[in-house]
Design a protein around this ligand. Structure first.
Ligand SMILES: Nc1ncnc2c1ncn2[C@@H]1O[C@H](COP(=O)(O)OP(=O)(O)OP(=O)(O)O)[C@@H](O)[C@H]1O
Length: 533
């Protein structure tokens, strides 16, 4: 993705040279000759990084840096000075400048420093973002719902957390790996966060990675980091997310999409608690709790040889299955109340009522996108309903193939939550019996959601990302897709900016990307602050 770089430099020739060099290296550049001009460009240009000269006519570089920090505290700024003044540099660093270069500036070094500054900023923002999202991602009232499935899940989570609280604190006793299964949008991430933030690791990092979002090689270096020179473009050593998660939790979403080669490395991490950076010679010890999730029927992938059986067993020391929303009795209405209060507060309005017809329609709907879909549908309905109640025509529910709509409830709801909750203790070692038998895991996967979708579970796009659920394409849907693509192109496929441009929440945009099979085209897509889905 082209990076947008703002150069604030009054020496015309130097600014031009830097600009040409960076443009030649696939950056989009704007030059401002004064700090005032640069600051005025910020809103319109929205740079990914700023190169800022100390000595400028009018407002000086330090003052400009101060202002940039106020308005865009995570924006990486590289300072340039002609004097190599140490005090100034220290002051700039204190103010948050990422890097410091002295004139004459080596253009190659500038590019290197910029790349590193943007990389570091992205990593920091990931962590900040993940931390700041705690409250947002953990519903304030915990897992909303009173269905048997959700009550069981809540109590199983509590039992697991209680058991973990009695574990020894030695580094050898990492809490068990957990595998969370469920259709898209059922709340797998919420469960993972509940386990992390409800447990003893809560003050350590919760780092998440979507394994479906990156090609294998990138995923490996994102996960395990790399040494300098490990491959073309590896100009600096980079820490991976495993090391970033030290002492905390690594949440691997969409684990079913992980490449087989990388699965072997993950297995080693789980078995030996060691890892090696790409291009590295040393084995490094790590203390990381792994929680993995997928919407795919992992057991079937194992049977088909697409997922390692040994890794599967390692991951599901505790296995949790989250029931799809359509199987959670009247939870859709409880969740609707919850989301409407939350959304109404955000829009500064009173929560609207749901008409009886709207309630009936919600209870009859199949919710292929589950809780996420429900929230997005309600957000739109809230905006459409004016000051009256939400009527059924305000609910933009995507119609589904008849086969799916008429699918019977997949399973006794009791099966939800930890698979082993039947055993009475809420959780236990994974269900090897079920794996070996013809049922191959939890019946909820065999019978319902996944089967009924003709191999395209939960509305997720197919491997090419272009074939979402069997939805008849109507012109409105096509128009929505077109508008999305246009906005994405305008915003260089940056999720945050696109969401902003379309006045959508990131979740709402993410849902729409999934709906139209556009998600896989996000080339960068780790769940970072700017790119997070
Ligand atoms: N029981 C619940 N109560 C309140 N909010 C919920 C609940 N379950 C899910 N949510 C909300 O629904 C949205 C989707 O949940 P989440 O991201 O955890 O789903 P997921 O299963 O991880 O989805 P995906 O498979 O696409 O990664 C989030 O905004 C989450 O906060």
């Amino acid at each position: 993705m082209r990076k947008a770089i703002l150069l604030i430099e009054d020496e015309t020739i130097l600014a031009k040279n830097m600009g040409l060099y960076l443009e030649h290296h696939d950056c989009e550049v704007r030059i401002a000759e004064t700090a005032e001009e640069g600051l005025a460009l910020m809103d319109r240009f929205k740079p990914d990084a700023v190169v800022l000269d100390f000595n400028l006519p009018g407002m000086d570089g330090l003052e400009a840096l101060r202002r940039l920090q106020e308005t865009a505290p995570t924006l990486p700024v590289v300072m340039i000075t002609g004097h190599g003044n140490v005090e100034m540099a220290v002051e700039a660093m204190k103010l948050g400048a990422r890097e410091f270069l002295t004139k004459p500036v080596s253009l190659a070094k500038l590019k290197l420093v910029l790349d590193k500054a943007m990389d570091d900023a992205r990593r920091d923002r990931n962590i900040d973002y993940l931390t700041s999202r705690d409250n947002e991602a953990l519903p304030r009232h915990g897992l909303v719902g009173e269905s048997v499935a959700i009550r069981q899940l809540r109590s199983s989570l509590q039992q697991l957390l209680d058991a973990e609280s009695h574990m020894s604190t030695s580094p050898q006793s990492t809490p068990p790996a957990v595998l969370i299964l469920g259709e898209t949008g059922t709340g797998k991430e919420v469960v993972a966060r509940t386990l992390h933030f409800g447990g003893r690791r809560r003050d350590k990092p919760f780092v998440e990675l979507n394994c479906a979002a990156l090609p294998a090689q990138l995923l490996e270096s994102e996960l395990f980091g790399h040494e300098r020179g490990a491959f073309t473009g590896a100009n600096e050593r980079k820490l991976g997310l495993v090391e970033t998660a030290e002492g905390g939790t690594l949440f691997l979403d969409e684990i079913g999409d992980m490449d087989l080669g990388l699965q072997a490395k993950l297995l080693k991490l789980l078995e030996e608690r060691t890892m090696r950076r790409v291009g590295g010679l040393r084995e490094l010890s790590v203390d990381v709790r792994v929680i993995a999730a997928t919407h795919r029927p992992l057991e079937t992938l194992v049977q088909e040889g697409r997922f390692r059986a040994d890794l599967y067993f390692r991951l599901c020391v505790v296995r949790m299955v989250i029931a799809p929303l359509r199987e959670r009795e009247r939870d859709a209405l409880l969740l609707a109340d919850h989301f409407l209060s939350e959304l109404a507060a955000r829009y500064g309005r009173k929560p609207p009522a749901l008409s009886a017809a709207a309630q009936r329609r919600m209870l009859a709907h199949g919710w292929p996108g589950n809780v996420r879909e429900l929230r997005n549908v309600l957000e739109q309905a809230l905006l459409m309903c004016g000051n009256g109640p939400i009527e059924d025509q305000h609910l933009a529910l995507v119609s589904m193939s008849p086969a799916r709509q008429s699918a019977p409830p997949a399973m006794p709801v009791m099966e939800s939550g930890l698979t082993s909750s039947r055993a009475g203790n809420g959780f236990q070692a994974s269900n090897f019996g079920a794996f070996a038998g013809s049922g191959f895991g939890n019946p909820s996967f065999g019978n319902s959601g996944f089967g009924g979708l003709g191999g395209n579970p939960g509305g997720h796009s197919g491997p090419g990302g272009l074939n979402p659920v069997n939805i008849p394409v109507d012109p409105a849907v096509a128009a929505e897709r077109e508008a999305l693509v246009a906005a994405l192109e305008r915003c260089h496929w940056n999720v945050s900016r696109t969401a902003q441009a379309l006045n959508l929440t990131r979740d709402a945009l993410r849902y729409r990307l999934e709906k139209h099979g556009l998600q896989r085209r996000m080339s960068f897509a780790p769940r970072g602050p700017s790119d997070l889905g």
